[in-house]
Design a protein around this ligand. Structure first.
Ligand code: PLP
Length: 381
């Protein structure tokens, strides 16, 4: 592959040359733990043990690096494993990380209930407010700024380029959780971020059949340090999971186009619906982050959140009444999902500053016939 190849080409071919031995057009599942050495230390292609490296995982990592325009990627057993490995590589006890005021609940739990116990401090900041972030950066030394955009579940937008500049001026690194956008819609490394993390469980995998994570970085030396931690702590993606994720990635662009189209129509329908108090979708011109989203994203994604006028119980009842939207956690698969963040995905932030409203419903809009989806939502509302 060359750097001139377009996104759709890279998704299908990067890291995926036909197998030199058989010509197999997709990388085989190397379901193997160890490799024959040609004499002591005589490794074939650098493979010695599958915690350190596995050819199916290598194929996925090379593809992810190409899609995010990074120098290297590392594939993990889950998104949280990727986050944990990155943070343990770049931070030490006593460091401070700025995190968003509506981070993914599991990310907040990792900071608050795991890494805090090892001396890593965090401070919560509204990342869509660049001035507030600058103020925190000026107040005391910060090692890392952690941002999601769009956020989960409130779909807030942060200015990646502005945050990268502010972080770098203060000597901090910028990490972007790019799970909601996927590299097809947004490439944070190109906007100045130092590292991108993914839950590949979501849009990259795309079929609700595999859990995985990734870190992609621009700097090769940083990649080597993260690879060292990954090998030392062991949270790698297995060969079959890597293969499933790679299979999903091949259709990422085609799926995302449809996710975005369906989500925009649904957001427009909800915005007009009498039972709905507010719609959060960065593709609506009324969204406070619409302009920045337009600048840094190709389109606005497949996630739509909205608040029910009649309150929490009405939201819970609506979640139980859909036929096509399946009530469930997670997102980014071809099938549409509906959920109540306050009691489901974000139950772990209840009572914290990150608590989400009880009247909120989150949709992961799938790629079904959009008329069917709209009909389903209308009858549930
Ligand atoms: C799901 C998710 C994660 C965590 O990923 P897992 O694969 O579930 O460990 C992190 N960030 C965001 C934005 C997510 O949606």
């Amino acid at each position: 592959m060359t750097s001139q190849d377009g996104f759709e080409t890279l998704a299908i071919h990067a890291g995926q040359e036909p197998d030199p031995l058989t010509g197999a057009v997709v990388p085989p599942i190397y379901q193997v733990s160890t490799y024959k050495q040609d004499g002591v230390g005589g490794l074939r292609g650098g493979y010695e043990y599958s915690r350190s490296a596995n050819p199916t995982r290598t194929a996925l990592e090379q593809c992810l690096a190409a899609l995010e325009d990074g120098s290297a990627a590392l594939a993990f057993a889950s998104g949280l494993a990727a986050e944990d490995c990155l943070l343990r590589t770049v931070c030490s006890a006593g460091d401070l990380v700025l995190i968003p005021d509506d981070a993914y609940g599991g990310t907040y739990r990792l900071f608050d209930q795991v890494l805090a116990g090892w001396g890593l401090d965090y401070s919560v900041v509204p990342m869509s407010d660049l001035a507030a972030v600058r103020e925190q950066l000026a107040a005391r030394p910060v090692s890392c700024v952690w941002v999601e955009t769009p956020t989960n579940p409130l779909l807030n937008i942060a200015d990646i380029r502005g945050l990268a500049q502010a972080a770098h001026e203060a000597g901090a690194m910028l990490v972007v959780d790019n799970t909601f956008a996927s590299p097809y819609l947004q490439q944070p490394l190109r906007l100045g971020a130092d590292a991108v993390v993914h839950s590949t469980t979501k849009y990259l995998g795309g079929h609700s059949d595999v859990v995985g994570g990734a870190v992609v970085v621009a700097d090769a030396e940083l990649a080597a340090r993260i690879a060292f931690t990954q090998n030392a702590t062991g949270s790698v993606a297995g060969p079959f999971d890597s293969w499933l994720t790679l299979r999903g990635i091949k259709t990422l662009a085609a799926r995302m186009d449809r996710h975005c189209r369906n989500a925009l129509r649904i957001a427009q329908m909800l915005a007009e619906h009498p039972a709905v108090a507010e719609v959060m979708y960065p593709g609506l011109p009324s969204h406070p982050g619409h302009k920045i989203a337009q600048e840094q994203m190709r389109a606005f994604g497949g996630m739509v959140s909205f608040r029910m006028l009649a309150g929490e119980e009405a939201a819970v009842r609506t979640c139980g009444r859909t036929r096509l939207f399946t009530l469930g956690e997670s997102l980014g698969g071809v099938e549409s999902l509906i959920e109540h963040p306050h009691r489901m995905t974000h139950a772990s932030v209840a009572g914290s500053v990150l608590e989400v409203p009880g009247d909120l419903i989150r949709l992961s809009v799938g790629i079904e016939d959009c008329d069917d989806l709209i009909h389903d939502l209308r009858q549930a509302l």
